[in-house]
Design a binder for this molecule. Sequence first.
Ligand SMILES: [Zn+2]
Length: 332
Amino acid sequence: MPLVSMRQLLDEAAAGGYGVGAFNVNNMEQIQAVMEAAQNTRSPVIIQASRGAREYTNDRFLIHLMRAAAELYPDVPVALHQDHGNSPETCFSAIEQGFTSVMMDGSLLADGKTPSDFEYNVEVTSAVVERAHALGVTVEGELGTLGGIEDGHGSGETHLTDPDQAVEFVERTGIDALAVAIGTSHGAYKFTSPPTGEVLAMNLIQEIHEKLPTTHLVMHGSSSVPKSLVDTINEFGGEIRPTWGVPVEEIQLGIRHGVRKINVDTDARLAMTGAIRRVLTEKPEEFDPRKYLTPARDAMRAVYEERMTQFGQAGHAGDYEPKTLEEMRDSY
Ligand SMILES: [Zn+2]
């Protein structure tokens, strides 16, 4: 099937009461691992690329790999999403490449570092919505800023989302999905101890969902950073400091309160790195990339399958007929 609109995936997820993992990719093995996991668990899925991923793959490799994925896995509804677009131009170029969804992150200025003001955010996000919806492409916006810096993106400061401002933001921009800042951050080092209600403001999700019941909420920086993945890396010569991610139970609580898209990147990076380190340590004579990339792909697939099951998207791939972007355009 062709790449489908993210809005449709999220509408279906809302109707079914589940969440959909959005997994960041940079290369063929990651795309294959996501698609195999989706096929095995019969899951609709979102694959997303950051600006860094688009640069790394020169865009064209990425888009052709995604077309191959859609062709080889006709039973898996898959959307291709631009993660953290820093400007309308970045979003427009993604749409030209064939992305079916874009995030306009106007919570930061175009440098991807400096927190912006509310009016700037409304202005750039509305500009993207206008052009994207005319083509049936989905738009995610962000209000508030996440902690952490990933791929050079992020201010390093956290500003939690204000629920009343969220209502005004959604009304004025017309976005399909809203990324909320509730205390999570990007990268592996999210929390220095298991997060409690003090640092992870899950109550905000509930409050925003009550005010915006039809807006799909997005949790960024939602890798769980399992200790077993960190331990494998460190067992084979890595040096990852003790760290905690977002517990899956907290994500599941969010899903019960309107979270429909959950961004996961770090967990797959950890799984891949651990598997490669293991092979290179246990078999130092090995130099065939397939010998360490195959276990790396398997390790990522296991993480994706686990998340797909935990988020509830497993089993839902065949629930609906994917709509064309033209049909989506007409629905706006
Ligand atoms: Zn993010």
